[in-house]
Write a protein that binds this ligand. Structure first.
Ligand SMILES: [Zn+2]
Ligand SMILES: [Zn+2]
Length: 347
């Protein structure tokens, strides 16, 4: 076993604190890498505090991981010592079901294995994430990272990036489409960048006027205040797509009305409470509401390659490991532009 240092929470009430644990030995298909940066995702906070009621303690969060390969197993083909590597939200799946065969490991029928707080298929232990100094992952779930972009800005692409890229690609959002993005945070700011890069006409919907300048800087063509009834009325039947990134409970019907004929509202945030949808709003304009969860490994690689080619990265604030508990408090207040990333050399 490989001795590993990290940060963990011991219960829903505890703060994250230094923690020592062991990683499995590097198997024939495994890649071990030193973690250089790890992004801080909202779902880290949800799970540390057991808000999805599925947390196994101690928990070492972190699923936006980039680093440098230090060891590879005898049968590894894609990586060698010294290569840059990344791991997102998944470290394994059954690899045999329809969805795994199609590269949709995130929808594995048997159940994919999360990078943390999941049952490891290889040794039955609990997976520990990227708030740590190194990680061992089967090469099939390790991504290649370009050396063209600053690594700290690449880390959030592994969750926030793919979560917004995948639905935009699935619904082929691009030129001739009008799309609205709801929520300007870690996910929302990536959604604006991708939608604009794909050629769509992008409107940022927000409840705070202070966000207009930023939204436009990120690539939004328009900005609308959803607290202003006049603005709202003007948005009826206006969009082909709405990408909703908000994970706090909110009124979906207000946004559904903004969809034009055959429009689709895609939800990537996960409120704890069930959605309340007015059926008549769906019937009008033959609207749909849909969900989307991260992306498969092939598509994640495609997204990373696209970002390297088009110089797309996340806007980040780099922090020390010991700042993580303050960072969570600030994240709750949306006081970050737009992702905290831990410099793992400070561990
Ligand atoms: Zn995440
Ligand atoms: Zn599967």
């Amino acid at each position: 076993m490989i001795p590993t240092k990290g940060y963990a929470a011991q219960s829903a009430k505890d703060k994250l604190a230094p923690f020592s644990f062991e990683r499995r030995e590097v198997g024939p298909h495994d890649v071990q890498f030193e973690i250089l940066y790890c992004g801080v995702c909202h779902s880290d906070l949800h799970q540390v505090r057991n808000e999805w009621r599925s947390t196994i303690y101690p928990i070492v969060p972190g699923h936006e991981i980039v680093g440098k390969v230090t060891k590879v197993g005898a049968k590894v083909k894609k990586f060698k010592h010294g290569d840059l590597a990344g791991v997102g939200c998944l470290v394994d799946s059954c690899r045999e079901c329809d969805n795994c065969q199609k590269g949709l490991e995130q929808y594995c029928h048997v159940g994919s294995v999360g990078t943390y707080n999941s049952r490891d298929r290889k040794n039955g232990g609990i997976t520990y994430g990227g708030y740590s100094n190194h990680i061992v992952v089967d090469e099939s779930f390790v991504l290649k990272i370009s050396d063209k972009l600053p690594l700290e800005k690449v880390a959030p692409l592994l969750c926030a990036g793919i979560t917004t890229y995948s639905p935009l690609r699935h619904w082929k959002v691009g030129k001739d489409h009008k799309i609205a993005i709801v929520g300007l945070g870690g996910l929302g700011h990536m959604a604006v960048k991708f939608a604009a890069a794909f050629g769509a006409e992008v409107t940022m919907l927000s409840t705070s006027p202070g966000k207009e300048q930023d939204a436009r800087k990120l690539g939004a063509h328009h900005f609308a205040l959803t607290t202003d009834p006049e603005h709202l009325a003007a948005l009826n039947s206006k969009f082909d797509f709405i990408l909703d990134t908000v994970s706090a409970p909110h009124d979906y019907n207000k946004y559904l009305k903004m969809l034009n004929t055959n429009g689709v509202m895609i939800c990537v945030g996960i409120p704890e409470t069930p959605l309340e949808i007015r059926g008549f709003t769906l019937l009008g304009n033959r609207r749909s509401i849909a969900g989307s969860s991260i992306g498969g490994i092939l598509e994640t690689q495609e997204m990373l390659d696209y970002c390297a080619e088009h110089t797309i990265t996340s806007d980040v604030e780099v922090i020390k490991m010991s700042y993580i508990n303050e960072a969570y408090e600030r994240m709750l207040k949306s006081d970050v532009k737009y992702r905290f990333v831990i410099d793992m050399s400070t561990l």
